[in-house]
Design a protein around this ligand. Structure first.
Ligand code: ADP
Length: 479
């Protein structure tokens, strides 16, 4: 046997035997010696020197000039029975080939051991799957449980905010409102992350106006940028189409995430957003977004772990700036769902440039899209899924009018249908529309809406039915 192969063959997990045309075994590797019970290598005790029919008595017969196989030796592995030194036997899958030297080489695997190993792997895999399922169910439950009290606090605080006059109390309530908002963002991030992680995330593709979307993103950040004394520029290349097909909310989410980070980690200088069209294949266009800041930057050795989940550059940064380390991972997964990639370039102390690409479909070919008067309101409404019966802005009538009553009736009946079908997620979406429709309602109706919302979030069927009945009666029948 060649020197180069001696070690791998000797140490192989498979049993390997080499035997002569006379049937005399000339070599047995460690696995064969061990499994067949010939651990010692002395000739009188060892495997070498024995006849192959001692090991495979059912397969080979001793003949005058060597051995005879019961069945012709095949190229493919076959099932044989191997005998140990103590004459016990076990099934193997074996392949016997004739080498160019004229010797035979037998390679064999213990079938029972392999099956056992296969079963073990199966158990381990099953356990891992169960653990992963339990983990994601736990995360989903905890986040769900957290949403209920946070929204409970938020709803009540918002209600109080309109009545409170004392500036000290007002400031405290505004702080609580902001904290609840931050908590909601974290909870939503965790929910998005677990959906993406479980492969249960789907994009909602519809037509949108790129420039309006960017205006909305800008409007969300400009206040804080100015507060911090930072310059903020946004440029859109003329080649970028007006209307495209894509998941607008998720593009907004990625931009918001990158801009919030830029804002968080920059104390002087400027933050810029650039949008370009970098490719066109048939009716699909590649849009390229560049978000740069003059902030603290990221060291080269830390850049690789940035897009991993739960990863922050270092503990001192997270202590100082906060965050869960999920944002960039969510961005990466969303960008990849949109067929693109996300990258970062940065110099420590000088700033960072995050860039990402996405593919979008062609929208209508209009020259320019009109920005709505209240862009924020339109986008708030848009945050609801398309087919949930969301009432469009123009259809929304002041609380208590016939139009409003009709819209409420429709949406409440859809909502209760979802509850009957235990589709809590969709029920929550309809609930958001109910909340919008009752924005101008008297406080007692608003309180009912809040109670119904909390019951839905708790997935408490009986309570939902009770609260629903009350709300339906008070907001419609008496209306
Ligand atoms: P987090 O929610 O903690 O901000 P991210 O995934 O968004 O999580 O960011 C992970 C880490 O990447 C941050 O904690 C920070 O250390 C680093 N990072 C992200 N963006 C920037 C940036 N613009 N400048 C400097 N560091 C950044």
């Amino acid at each position: 046997m060649g020197e180069a192969f001696a070690f791998p063959v000797e140490e192989a997990l498979e049993m390997i035997l080499v035997f002569h045309a006379t049937g005399i075994i000339s070599y047995a590797n460690a696995a064969a010696r061990k499994k067949l019970g010939y651990e010692k290598m002395e000739p009188e005790d060892g495997l070498t020197g024995r006849h192959i029919s001692d090991i495979f008595p059912n397969t080979f017969k001793v003949t005058e000039d060597g051995f005879e196989a019961e069945e012709p030796l095949e190229e493919e592995p076959g099932n044989l029975v191997m005998y140990r030194k103590n004459l016990t036997c076990f099934p193997v899958e074996a392949k016997i080939v004739r080498a160019c030297t004229g010797d035979y080489i037998c390679m064999a695997n213990d079938i029972l051991e392999r099956e056992h190993l296969g079963r073990e792997i199966g158990y381990v895999r099953e356990e891992a799957q169960q653990a992963a399922k339990a983990k994601s169910e736990f995360v989903a439950n905890v986040t769900h449980e957290l949403r209920t009290p946070v929204n409970g606090i938020l709803g009540n605080v918002r209600e109080l905010l309109s009545d409170v006059k004392d500036p000290h109390t007002l400031k405290a309530l505004q702080l609580i409102e902001r904290c609840c908002g931050d908590m909601n963002k974290i909870i939503n991030n965790i929910l998005d992350f677990s959906k993406l992680d479980a492969g249960k995330f789907t994009l909602e593709i519809r037509e949108f106006c790129v420039r309006n979307m960017l205006d909305y993103v800008k409007a969300q950040h400009i206040g804080k940028m100015t507060e911090k004394g930072l310059d903020f520029f946004m440029t859109v290349s003329p080649q970028v189409p007006e209307y495209v097909l894509g998941d607008e909310l998720r593009v907004v989410q990625i931009l918001n995430n990158l801009l919030s980070n830029a804002l968080k980690f920059t104390s002087v200088g400027k933050i810029t957003v650039q949008v370009l069209k970098t490719a066109q294949v048939k009716d699909k266009a590649e849009l390229f977004f560049i978000i740069s800041d003059t902030g603290i930057g990221i060291a080269e050795e830390d850049r690789d772990k940035l897009f991993q989940s739960f990863s922050q550059v270092d503990a001192s940064i997270s202590r100082k700036y906060g965050g869960t380390g999920l944002g960039l991972n969510i961005c990466k997964q969303l960008v990849e769902l949109m067929g693109g990639t996300i990258e970062v370039e940065s110099r420590k102390g000088r700033g960072s440039v995050f860039s990402f690409s996405i593919w979008v479909g062609a929208g209508r070919e209009e020259q320019s899209c009109q920005a709505p008067d209240d862009i924020e309101a339109v986008y708030r409404r848009m945050a609801l899924p398309a087919d949930t019966g969301t009432v469009k802005q123009e259809e929304t009538k002041a609380y208590g009018t016939a139009g409003n009553q009709e819209a409420m009736r429709k949406i409440l009946s859809k909502l209760i249908l979802c509850v009957e079908m235990e589709n809590w997620e969709k029920a929550e979406m309809f609930m958001e529309t109910v909340r919008q429709l009752t924005e101008e309602a008297p406080p007692e109706i608003k309180r009912m809406v809040l109670k119904l919302k909390m019951a839905i979030q708790k997935e408490d069927y009986d309570k939902v039915i009770a609260e629903y009945g009350r709300l339906y009666h008070d907001s419609l029948d008496s209306g």
